[in-house]
Design a protein around this ligand. Structure first.
Ligand SMILES: [Zn+2]
Length: 310
C-alpha cells in the first residue's frame, strides 16, 4: 500500500505491506491501516473488562481530537478501535504525526488494561491472523475464521423462496404505492415514491423469500415498474372520483378505475395522464437506479472472498 521507504519509517517498520493495507502487531496490539475516502483508517483490536462500552477510550480520543485537530473521526466498539487520520502518509511530518498518535493510543490502551483481542469474538490470548473478507481486513482467531467461512458458504448456498419472495415484493411495493398516492394528492409527481416502491419491494423480497438474490432484485425492479403504472392510474382515478362526486355524479371508485381509459379521453386528460406517467417513470428510474444496481452487485453472495493474508 505504501512505498518501502514509508513502511520502514512508520511504527518502526513493524507492519507488513499488503496491496490494500498495512497490517501487523505494534507494541502488543494488532493494527491495520487502510486508505478510505476520508483519510487513513487505523484499526486496533482491543477490549477491556474495565471499559466494556469503550467510554474511557472514547473520552481519550475526543480530547485528542480537540487538541490535535487532525483526527477526522474515531469509533470504538465491539473489539475494535478505529481512528481516521489525514489521508497522506508521505512527508516526514505526516509519518511523524501518525507515529505519535499511534504511540499515544497504544500507551493509553496499555495503561488502562485493554487486551489485544480477536475482532470478532473478543477473546484475548488466541493467535490472530489477518484476513481479507470481501475487501475488508480483520485480525481474527482461528475458531472465528472457520465460523465466518462456514456462514459465508452457507449464505452463498442458501436459495431464496421465489414465490414467497414475489409476495413480499408486492406487499413491500404497496408501501411505496401509498406514498405515491399521498404525494400525488399533495399535487406533486411522485417519482421519489417510485424509488421507495423499488427499495421496499427488495426489502419485502428479502424478508419473505429469506434472501435477496439477483432473481429477487430483478423481480423487485419489475414489480416497481408495474406498481408505478398502477399507482399513477390509482392516483388519477382518485382525482376523477373526487371531481365527479363533487359535481354530484354518484359513482363507484372501482367503476372509474376499470373505465379510466375511456374517462381519460372523455375528460381530455390524455396528455396529463401520459405526462405524469412518463415523468413518474423517469424520476423513479433516476431515484432508484443506484440502489437497484448496488443491490444487484451485492446480492451475488457467491462472490464473497475470504483470504488469509500471509
Ligand atoms: Zn475469535
Amino acid at each position: 500500500m505504501v512505498t518501502e521507504d514509508v513502511r520502514v519509517r512508520l511504527l518502526d517498520g513493524s507492519l507488513k505491506n499488503h496491496p490494500n493495507c498495512l497490517a501487523g502487531i505494534y507494541k502488543g496490539y494488532n493494527l491495520i491501516i487502510k486508505q478510505i475516502d476520508t483519510g487513513m483508517l487505523f484499526s486496533f483490536n482491543a477490549s477491556s473488562e474495565y471499559d466494556k462500552n469503550y467510554e474511557a477510550i472514547k473520552t481519550f480520543l475526543a480530547q485528542k481530537s480537540e487538541t490535535e485537530g487532525k483526527i477526522q473521526t474515531y469509533h470504538a466498539e465491539e473489539n475494535t478501535i478505529q481512528v481516521v487520520l489525514p489521508p497522506e502518509l508521505e512527508t516526514e511530518d505526516q509519518i511523524e504525526f501518525s507515529n505519535r498518535m499511534v504511540d499515544e493510543i497504544v500507551e493509553f490502551l496499555r495503561r488502562n488494561y485493554y487486551n489485544n483481542c480477536c475482532s470478532y469474538c473478543g477473546k484475548a490470548e488466541e493467535p490472530l491472523h489477518c484476513f481479507e473478507i470481501s475487501n475488508e481486513y480483520y485480525y481474527i482467531c482461528d475458531a472465528c475464521s472457520h465460523q465466518i467461512k462456514e456462514s459465508l458458504q452457507n449464505a452463498a448456498n442458501q436459495k431464496s423462496n421465489f414465490v414467497l419472495g414475489v409476495i413480499g415484493a408486492i406487499l413491500g411495493s404497496m408501501i411505496g404505492c401509498s406514498l405515491w398516492l399521498i404525494i400525488y394528492k399533495l399535487g406533486y409527481i411522485a417519482g421519489i415514491a417510485g424509488a421507495a416502491m423499488g427499495i421496499c419491494a427488495m426489502k419485502g423480497y428479502g424478508l419473505f423469500g429469506k434472501k435477496l438474490d439477483r432473481k429477487g432484485v430483478i423481480v423487485s425492479a419489475i414489480v416497481m415498474l408495474i406498481m408505478v403504472f398502477l399507482s399513477n392510474r390509482l392516483a388519477l382515478s382518485w382525482e376523477v372520483y373526487d371531481a365527479l362526486n363533487g359535481y354530484g355524479f354518484p359513482t363507484s371508485f372501482a367503476d372509474i378505475f376499470i373505465n379510466l381509459g375511456d374517462l381519460i379521453k372523455e375528460l381530455n386528460l390524455t396528455s396529463d395522464y401520459y405526462t405524469d406517467l412518463v415523468v413518474g417513470y423517469a424520476l423513479t428510474i433516476f431515484c432508484s437506479a443506484s440502489s437497484i444496481c448496488e443491490a444487484f452487485s451485492y446480492s451475488d453472495s457467491t462472490n464473497y472472498s475470504m483470504n488469509k493474508m500471509e
